[in-house]
Design a binder for this molecule. Structure first.
Ligand SMILES: CC(C)(COP(=O)(O)OP(=O)(O)OC[C@H]1O[C@@H](n2cnc3c(N)ncnc32)[C@H](O)[C@@H]1OP(=O)(O)O)[C@@H](O)C(=O)NCCC(=O)NCCS
Length: 183
């Protein structure tokens, strides 16, 4: 199956049903850590829920509405990155991501994001990529900041996270800025 080689030990592979067990195990091992910032963790109770998610991503891809990939590090699944959907009329998309806790601190997500941005602008010919992060999710915010996104605003109480609303910081990147990047 298709895979994108980010670097020797880091590969992106579109999610497939055969990844279900590995992705469920990664989720199980990281529940409390992921719950800090991701709203779907409690609702993911079994491998069947992961299978349904993967099936949804396959349908999304078939409908030309974006791609979700597993991030593979040293042959093991380390996390997920994907486009939430594609707005073809306005040529925009947004990126979401997560890593297992032990895979943080290696630049895996920044490098994977770079590959997704390149794909969005060079292959899909989109004009704008957005990343939204909870205001206090500083590790997540560092990724668009490292990649030259502009901070465009704050959406107040944009997301319900189990027991509280969190504000979102909106980061945007335009194709013409990416073409002229120095990073
Ligand atoms: C958000 C999340 C993916 C960030 O993970 P991360 O490991 O900090 O991000 P990266 O993989 O890009 O790695 C960056 C870190 O690796 C370091 N690093 C090492 N080599 C690097 C390289 N070649 N390039 C970039 N960074 C590198 C950076 O210094 C940074 O470490 P620091 O935070 O100690 O400064 C992770 O914390 C996570 O999954 N959290 C839970 C889910 C979540 O919040 N998702 C986002 C919702 S909006």
């Amino acid at each position: 199956m298709f895979e994108f080689v980010v670097e020797d030990e880091v590969r992106l592979k579109p999610l497939e049903i055969l990844h279900t067990e590995q992705l469920y195990t990664l989720t199980e091992l990281n529940r409390s850590y992921l719950k800090q910032w991701l709203p779907w963790v409690d609702g993911t109770k079994s491998a069947d829920d992961i299978k349904s998610f993967i099936q949804m991503t396959r349908n999304q891809f078939a409908a030309n509405n974006g791609l979700q990939a597993g991030i593979w590090y040293q042959g093991k699944i380390a996390g997920v990155i994907g486009f939430h959907g594609i707005n073809w009329a306005n040529k925009t998309t947004s990126i979401g991501y997560w890593l297992g806790e032990r895979y943080q601190g290696k630049g895996l997500m920044t490098k994977s994001c770079k590959a997704f941005i390149e794909y969005a602008f060079a292959e899909l010919k989109l004009n704008r990529v957005e990343i939204r992060c909870a205001e206090k999710n500083f590790k997540s915010r560092s990724i668009p900041e490292r990649l030259g996104f502009a901070q465009e605003g704050i959406l107040r109480e944009a997301e319900w996270l189990y027991d509280r609303y969190v504000d979102h910081v909106v980061y945007g990147l335009l194709a013409r800025k990416w073409d002229k990047r120095e990073v």
